[in-house]
Write a protein that binds this ligand. Structure first.
Ligand code: ADE
Length: 237
């Protein structure tokens, strides 16, 4: 997948991509990352890319020319604009976007990007939640991270599939050594070596955690899971 990120802070993106899994994906050509400094497309000698907003009352706005120039020259496709006004990111959206062979993110700053860029070029506005962060780079990284998990070969398929939400329920709890710390013990079933009991325990733990932490997800679970929860509750009462 070709990924292009258009930003005025290219160094912010490096902090995200400087890890082993991402680097391996780059080396193996699973992803091709292209970080574009918007200033390189500025049409003035100071390389400025922002200006005062028309109409007053707003701060600086990213000017349209550099974006237009970049889009015309690059022919970039599938333009995503991270914005609090977009569709709220979820696993389905991430999975759908992971099937594209090219994605382009444009990062806003200050008061935003000139609306004509959005009108003419943006295919999808995506929000990472009902709050505002100060630039598009962090949301881009969040959206991208959620997408690349679904690219075959990027991470082990099973690990993407057993993660929270993929099956509509939360993850089971995980533990590592030591078996005891401050009198807190790892559930004994996990050290028993009995895989069918471990699977049963994990299914129960996952459903119980969903019931306690995200009861809003329960109604969408398959019948079998709902029945399992009923049985757990019956046992507890
Ligand atoms: N840019 C600023 N806030 C954002 C949000 N909540 N989601 C996506 N992009 C943003």
């Amino acid at each position: 997948m070709k990924i292009t990120i258009v930003t005025i802070f290219p160094q912010l993106i490096n902090s995200f991509t400087n890890n082993r899994i991402f680097q391996r994906a780059l080396e193996n050509n699973i992803i091709d990352l292209n970080i574009v400094n918007l200033r390189d497309f500025s049409n003035n000698k100071h390389k400025s890319v922002d200006d005062y907003g028309f109409g007053g009352g707003v701060g600086m706005v990213l000017k349209p020319e550099s974006f237009f120039d970049f889009f015309k020259k690059s022919g970039a496709k599938n333009i995503i604009f991270p914005s609090p006004q977009g569709v709220k990111l979820n696993n389905e959206i991430a999975k759908e976007l992971s099937s594209k062979n090219e994605l382009t993110f444009i990062c806003g700053h200050y008061e935003g990007i000139d609306e004509r860029v959005v009108e003419k070029y943006v295919d999808l506005e995506v929000s990472i939640g009902d709050y505002v962060v100060s630039g598009g780079e962090l949301p881009t990284m969040v959206i991208l991270d959620s997408i690349i998990r679904f690219i075959p070969q990027f991470i082990k398929k099973e690990s993407a599939e057993i993660e929270s939400f993929e099956a509509g329920k939360l993850d089971f709890g995980v533990y590592t050594r030591p078996e005891t710390i401050d009198n807190l013990k790892v559930p004994s079933v996990l050290t028993s070596g009995n895989h069918s009991m471990i699977n049963q325990y994990r299914k129960r733990d996952s459903l119980l955690r969903t019931l306690i932490k995200r009861p809003d997800l329960i109604s969408k679970l398959p019948k079998e899971d709902k029945q399992f929860i009923k049985n757990i509750v019956k046992d507890i009462l």
